[in-house]
Each structure stands twice: as C-alpha cells, then as structure tokens.
Design a protein around this ligand. Structure first.
Ligand code: TRH
Length: 377
C-alpha cells in the first residue's frame, strides 16, 4: 500500500526551507513510491527555484508531488501516515487534531536544521513533544553515522561525474546562461549573503596571476558587488572585467540547473544549508557562508563542520581553508587566505572528492526517513 506523507514548509526567509523540502518531496515520490503532499506557505519563493509553479493555485501537481498552498484557514483534510514538520514549523491546530483522530496514529517528525555538532548524534531520533497521544520525533540530518544523513538522489554522483567529464555538455549549459568561459580562467560560483569581505577577495583576484571568472546568480550579495564595481543597477547578463577578474551576473536559475552550475565550477561559494550540501556533492573545493543566528551560535556550527571537514588535510591546506572560511564569515580580509588556498589547490580538490565519496557511502536522508518509519511501525 502506498504510504502517504505530508511535508509542511514555512518559508522563513531565503530559499533553504523550500529548497530542502522540495528535494525531499520529489525524492520520496521518485525513489520510494510515496504519495507526497507538500504544504508551502509562500509559493513565490518556490517559483524562483521551480518556475513551473503556478502561484495562483491552491493545489497542483509538480513532478509527482501534490503541491498545496498552505492556506490561512485550514481545510478539513485527513492526516497522512507520515507527517514532517520542516525546521520546527508549527502545524495548523486542526491538522494536529486530524492526526490525533486518525485510526492509525501517524508518525510525526520534525526535520531539523543541518549541523555537524556532536550533540546531534545523541538527539537524532529521540522523542520530542506529544500532541494528545501523537508523539513527535526529532530527525537530524548530519555528516556522521548516527544522524539522518544528507539529501542525495539516486545516481546523483554518476550524473555529476558524466557531466564533469563532458566539456561540450558544460559549454552548452554555460552558453545557455550567457557564459563564455574565459579561456584558462578558474570558474567560481558565488552565492552568499551580504558580505563585507567581498571587496578584499575580489581585489585579490584582480591582482592574481591566474585569471578568475566569477558567476553570481542574482541575490543578496549583489549590493556588495555593485559597490566594489562602483556601479548601480547590476542585473543578470552584466559582465565586468577588472584585471585578472571577470565578474558576471546570472539569473537565479532552476534548482536542477544550479546543481549543474556547481558541477561546472572549480570553486563554489555557497550559503545556508541546501546549496552548501550540493557544493559538497559537486566534489570541488568550497567556501561556506553560514546563515547567521542570534548570539553567534552559527559560529559554533561553522567550527564543528570545519573540524570534521578538514580532518586528514595537511596543516597548510587545513590552515588555508579554515582561515578563508573564518574570514568570509566574519566579513574580514580574504586576500592572504585566498592566496594560501590557491597554493593548496590540488590537495583541496582531492580532499573535496574524497569527502564527497565518504559522505555518499552513508544512507541518504530520504532513505533514512523511510527506514525510520518502517522501524517505527
Ligand atoms: O537561501 P538560503 O540562504 O537558505 C537559508 C538556509 O537554508 C538557512 O539555513 C535557513 O535557516 C534559511 O534559509 C531560512 O540558502 P540555501 O539553503 O542554500 O538555499 C538556497 C536554495 O536555492 C537551494 O535549494 C539552491 C537554490 N538555488 C537555485 O535554485 N537557483 C539559484 O540560482 C541559486 C543561487 C540557488
């Protein structure tokens, strides 16, 4: 019998909430034959990643997923067999009643934020609160055994490998985005929040003996790029050159195209949660702009990930990548660390590939959720 899943997503800000739940919903349908309803409160954010979304509809089918606009007044609807509240979002009280009224109690889980901190292993899978007799459980994604793993679709690494070996496919893909790769230049993608360290990084690339071509999908970092270029009204399509650096603004692309963009690049600057994971699957060195939290708790998460990620690197490579990430996240000068990263390029590339394979040797998050459900039954 088909298992029915309801995934609830409130878009707090940015694109991570919908980015993660959309991937998960599709994967549960495609690989686990689940019937999935994805409840989203903000279809406009969704439309940016998936332009096929019709923002006027209450209900629509997209790639096998029933996408429902989370309405202000909740309709009477039956609860599913498995209920996922993404990132601690609050379910409608009428839906919670529907869960409690079901003949068979549903499995209710909170899909948490990704963190490499040690405590995650101890909390993953633990019971959380109860609503009437319905128990909620914590489900933590993560990088280590004992966590829920990372979202990774079947065959992803093989598709990536083929694409990365196919220079023509990459050229066609980039040309469709208006990118003529500067010959010999290192290709870099840049997706970040506002960052005061950007000017020093760009200055370093201008003066670099090695050419760089930076591709920037439209978004929050553009203000800093504009200030650095000394121009206004920067839009998709704009290309500017300063010394050894070419800066190009891209449109915000579809989510699957974003993956391919990461696969094309030699170095990816990413942010938040979902693009951070996808850059790891790209198997290329990366720079993470972590989502800022109150009281700087995000800095602990950054350090926890760095401890894991840099394990096994030589001391110079470890220093280079950690220094670059810390500077970026503090909005500080990037020049010295960028130079060091450049010197450790080969080792960092091999390390990124090894890290990717190590992560891919664990069960993926969708499979882990399904297994959690089967074990719970
Ligand atoms: O947008 P984000 O900053 O999302 C953040 C984080 O998830 C953060 O942890 C969370 O608390 C906050 O949202 C509310 O970064 P993230 O997670 O990388 O999500 C971006 C999504 O956008 C990801 O699915 C990739 C997608 N994307 C595209 O589809 N096209 C693009 O052109 C780009 C740049 C991104």
């Amino acid at each position: 019998m088909t298992v029915r899943w309801d995934i609830f997503c409130t878009v707090v800000d940015n694109f991570g909430d919908i980015g993660v739940t959309w991937r998960l919903a599709r994967q549960l349908v495609a690989e686990h034959q689940c019937a999935v309803r994805l409840w989203v409160d903000d279809l406009r954010a969704f439309e940016r990643l998936c332009p096929q979304i019709d923002i006027t509809l209450c209900e629509q089918w997209q790639q096998g997923v029933q996408v429902c606009h989370w309405p202000e007044s909740w309709p009477s609807t039956e609860a599913a067999d498995v209920v996922i509240a993404a990132f601690a979002c609050q379910l409608p009280s009428a839906y919670m009643d529907a869960m409690a009224e079901r003949q068979t109690t549903p499995l209710w889980m909170n899909l948490d934020y990704l963190s490499a901190e040690d405590w995650v292993i101890g909390c993953h899978g633990l019971p959380s609160v109860k609503y009437k007799h319905v128990q909620k459980y914590f489900f933590f994604p993560g990088f280590r055994e004992g966590t829920g793993g990372l979202l990774r679709e079947a065959g992803l690494l093989e598709r990536r490998r083929q694409f990365q070996q196919d220079a023509q496919a990459q050229r066609i893909f980039l040309e469709a985005l208006g990118v003529q790769r500067t010959p010999g230049a290192r290709l870099i993608s840049l997706f970040a929040y506002e960052n005061a360290g950007l000017a020093s990084w760009f200055d370093a690339m201008v003066a670099d003996p090695h050419a760089s071509h930076v591709l920037i999908p439209e978004g929050r970092v553009l203000g800093d790029v504009q200030r650095w270029l000394g121009i206004d009204g920067l839009k998709a399509g704009a290309v500017h050159q300063r010394g050894a650096l070419t800066v190009q603004v891209l449109p915000f692309v579809r989510q699957d195209q974003y993956d391919q963009l990461l696969w094309c690049c030699d170095f990816n600057a990413v942010r938040g949660e979902d693009s951070f994971v996808r850059a790891q699957w790209a198997g290329r060195p990366l720079l993470w702009h972590i989502y800022q939290q109150e009281e700087d708790v995000h800095l602990e998460k950054l350090e926890a990930f760095l401890r894991l990620y840099t394990h096994g690197l030589s001391e110079p490579a470890q220093k280079a990548i950690s220094g670059l990430w810390r500077s970026w996240n503090a909005g500080q000068d990037m020049a010295e660390h960028w130079k060091m990263v450049d010197q450790q390029q080969q080792e960092l590339l091999e390390h990124a590939q090894a890290w990717c394979l190590e992560q891919a040797s664990r069960p993926d998050l969708a499979a882990a959720l399904v297994k959690f459900y089967v074990n719970w039954l």
